[in-house]
Ligand binder design. Sequence first.
Ligand SMILES: Nc1nc2c(ncn2[C@@H]2O[C@H](COP(=O)(O)OP(=O)(O)OP(=O)(O)O)[C@@H](O)[C@H]2O)c(=O)[nH]1
Ligand SMILES: Nc1nc2c(ncn2[C@@H]2O[C@H](COP(=O)(O)OP(=O)(O)OP(=O)(O)O)[C@@H](O)[C@H]2O)c(=O)[nH]1
Ligand SMILES: [Mg+2]
Ligand SMILES: [Mg+2]
Lengths: 291, 277
Amino acid sequence: QLSDRLGALFSRLTGRGRLSESDVTEALREIRVALLEADVSLSSAKSFVARVKERALGADILESLTPAQTIVSICHEELVALLGGAEARLQFSDAPPSVILLVGLQGSGKTTHAGKIALRLKEQGRRSLLVAADIYRPAAIAQLQRLGEQIDLPVFERGTADPVETARLGVAEAKRLGISTVIIDTAGRLQIDDALMTELERIRAVTKPHEVLFVADAMTGQEAANVADGFHRRLGITGIVLTKMDGDTRGGAALSIFERTGAPIKLIGVGEKLSALEAFYPDRLASRILG
Amino acid sequence: GGSERPLDAEFWEEFEEALLAADLGVGTSERILEGLKTVARQEGWRSAGQAVERFRRDVERFLDLPGAPILLDRKPTVVLVVGVNGTGKTTSIGKLAARYTAQGKSVLLVAGDTFRAAAADQLAIWAERSGSQIVRGPENGDPAAVVFDGITAGIARGVDLIFVDTAGRLQTKNNLMEELKKIRRVTERALGRAPDRTLLVVDATTGQNAISQAMLFNEVTPLDGLIVTKLDSTAKGGVVLGIVERIERPISYVGLGEAIDQLEPFDAREFVATLFD
Ligand SMILES: Nc1nc2c(ncn2[C@@H]2O[C@H](COP(=O)(O)OP(=O)(O)OP(=O)(O)O)[C@@H](O)[C@H]2O)c(=O)[nH]1
Ligand SMILES: Nc1nc2c(ncn2[C@@H]2O[C@H](COP(=O)(O)OP(=O)(O)OP(=O)(O)O)[C@@H](O)[C@H]2O)c(=O)[nH]1
Ligand SMILES: [Mg+2]
Ligand SMILES: [Mg+2]
């Protein structure tokens, strides 16, 4: 717990009277360690600590009777302000169908979240067509079809035919059937795989999505920002889905990804069931990252 | 920098940042750095190259633990594959199976993930690709029952090697870890002994949570080794140092891609060499 660690640090220090500036510096180092342990990238941790330092030095910490609490509050406020400043709701088109494209690394939870988002929208009165654009992973199409069956929504697939054409035809099909939303599930890929990233650019070009959601595993480590940046530069990410938040990972990757791309965190995956989807609450994530 | 670069404060700072960027974690990075600085003083190093060389040697030695590969010294050899969601368990089993069928061994895959959509279908395709047999059960059935039946069938058929695929599960989910305990018990009952290898599959892109994964899985079903997947990504997988530190088990194999032939036995030298590029 950051407040405990800072409390312990300051009780050692304040034993000899008021805090000094170097004591504050030590506290800032402790905060940096806490962030790194939470998997926040080194550069995001540094820039965040710089923000806190600026406020801490101006906040009469040196006069405070409860310096640990004051610094932790500043950390929490700054993190909430940072994470919470963006539009966190899914955006839709006025002219249907609205297209949502899910992208990300292998195994991050794209297929599962295609189902989750489809279910959530259905509960809100929007019907979706799920499009199976992963032609590589064994039984990927079967997986999406199984999810479609579970929530009684159609799945458009053309087997292992060209996924770009499948995506384009999927949108056309939704138009034809009068379905308001298209959710395209794509294959997991590395941001450094030029051929597959080009495929994704082509899918985006032919489907003109209103949301390009980067699906990120909450337990991703120091590469999180670089990976997200790779996708963002080539596609333009409009939102982040943070998955597997039902585990005990601190989720610092979320801060790194958001800071690097500016894409708002929109949805949180909290389990394997299709109902396990939550809205994003910046104060909850802030508390979790700070630990 | 070059090996002629001086061993100064700027180098140490850059070195620390490289360790952190590789996901070694704050604690492990600090310990390694302190250790190197102490030796640097004692032995009077002047060049950065000396520190890097010593680091490589120390880590290689540290990671080079015995008991890593799957040996077919019992029939059937049974390998239980576990780990959190999406790490590459099913794919790694397909790749491993192919290595052994290529040697003329008979391999059976047991579809112990009865929960996730199309999990058994996915494993069935890997069975086909690798020339392995497969035992599967009904969707949403009891995974322990499938595992028991699968191992029993494998023994009856006289197969050389059995891989048991299990559902991904977060280590903090008590009910799922209890299910894994049951799968382990059932494996022992069907086999009349412990499984030959229990391998934890860890995704190289994972941060510090991998340590908690290793520790909690190890408590529930004693691990014999790790498979580190997705090392073809830009992630370095440095968290495995912290894992090995805690559970003292070797890294058995590494996954280097999605194709059937992209799995290699772990090579400590290779791993350490790529930690910094
Ligand atoms: N506990 C938990 N598991 C999740 C969550 N989201 C997805 N999963 C699981 O993570 C694993 C991977 O999910 P998928 O949906 O197959 O991931 P993917 O990104 O489509 O994978 P690829 O298509 O191979 O890139 C599955 O076991 C899912 O059940 C979540 O929020 N919590
Ligand atoms: N790039 C890369 N992708 C991999 C590697 N190993 C597995 N994958 C991919 O990771 C994704 C998840 O693999 P799975 O084998 O389904 O993972 P799993 O652990 O069985 O997943 P669950 O059963 O859902 O928990 C798939 O898209 C695989 O192709 C690897 O070494 N490199
Ligand atoms: Mg998928
Ligand atoms: Mg699997």
